[in-house]
Design a binder for this molecule. Structure first.
Ligand code: ASP
Length: 330
């Protein structure tokens, strides 16, 4: 799916995000982070941003909202549980209503893959994809990238190009099939030279689970079903939740899954003592990740949340244009 033809500043996918845009987003993130609170609060003062959430969210929703508020914007939250969406109003009509109310940008989470494209087309507004079904979670991939850049030692974080993550292997383990986080990361990180190893049982990781043939990844995304073998190669271990809401009748032997794929202390210390541990949340402690690993010094899970807030400020400034984005990237 292509982004061209949608309002400038939209972020619908990472698939066609050029490297200079990735670099500009990271540079803007840093500049905004270093600004005094009062200066930051003038950047989007009085601008109207709508958060439209058809699926539950803690981190993504809160961080977009706090990011918008820190820039001085006015935010409103519309959720499927307490709005006319419950009465059957379509996504298009909800979007047009928000536009008529003055929304200048919509942040959308939706259970259907592709919904942000429909909304962007119907409203002509910049839309930020906050997770669409099993498709993509672009802002998560960007915050994960920033986390990797700050946590993996020896990287030249000043130069964002096709070699920045050369030599870095990121092992993504768990429910790959249903994960928009896995897809966005498996598309973004190899653009910077990382190798992505996908790990999990056949039920959750069929061959070409992510359909990456479509986006032209070549050789930089591979499958390794043996978790311990994969971990031995990992600079980063990204764990995923089993998405019960999307299993659609698929049966999984959870006890067997835990034995083969849980990241626990013994496994971490035995196979990957220096590996950075990541998880997009929500975590199910005791299932895909043991509590002591989530809390270990290797864990970058809270860093991910902090980077999420920072990266989303840049995405909002970018979405609302005004030339402000250029001034914070240079
Ligand atoms: N929070 C992530 C998402 O919305 C991962 C998850 O839900 O497991 O895709």
């Amino acid at each position: 799916m292509k982004t061209s033809g949608y309002a400038a500043g939209s972020l619908l996918t990472v698939a066609d995000l050029p490297m200079d845009e990735v670099a500009a987003i990271l540079a803007a993130t840093e500049r905004i982070e270093r600004m005094a609170g009062a200066d930051r609060a003038r950047m989007l003062a009085g601008r109207r941003i709508a958060l439209l959430f058809y699926e539950s969210s803690t981190r993504t929703r809160t961080s977009f909202e706090l990011a918008a508020k820190s820039l001085g914007a006015i935010t409103t939250l519309v959720s499927d549980k307490s709005s006319s969406i419950e009465k059957g109003e379509s996504l298009k009509d909800t979007g047009l209503t928000l536009r008529a109310l003055g929304a200048e940008c919509i942040i959308l989470r939706h259970a259907n893959s592709g919904a942000p494209y429909l909304l962007a087309k119907a409203t002509g507004l910049p839309v930020l994809n906050a997770g669409d079904g099993m498709h993509e979670h672009p802002s998560q991939a960007l915050l994960d990238l920033r986390t990797i850049l700050t946590r993996v030692p020896g990287l030249n974080t000043r130069r964002i190009d096709a070699k920045t993550l050369a030599g870095v292997t990121v092992v993504i383990t768990g429910d790959i099939l249903h994960s928009r986080v896995a897809r966005s990361n498996a598309m973004l990180l190899p653009k910077l030279g990382a190798k992505v190893l996908l790990c999990g049982p056949k039920e959750l990781l069929p061959e070409d689970a992510l359909g990456l043939g479509f986006v032209g990844n070549t050789g930089s995304v591979e499958i390794e079903r043996d978790f311990d073998k994969a971990l031995k190669k990992a600079q980063v271990a990204m764990m995923l939740r089993i998405q019960r809401e999307r299993l659609a009748g698929l049966e999984l032997d959870v006890a067997d899954y835990i034995v083969r794929y849980q990241l626990n202390e013994e496994r971490l210390m035995g196979s990957a003592p220096d590996t950075v541990v990541m998880h997009p949340g929500p975590m199910i402690r005791g299932l895909e990740i043991a509590g002591e690993v989530a809390d270990a010094p290797n864990s970058a899970i809270e860093d991910q949340v902090r980077h999420g807030l920072a990266v989303r400020t840049a995405l909002l400034v970018r979405a609302l244009g005004l030339g402000g984005f250029e001034s914070v990237t240079s």
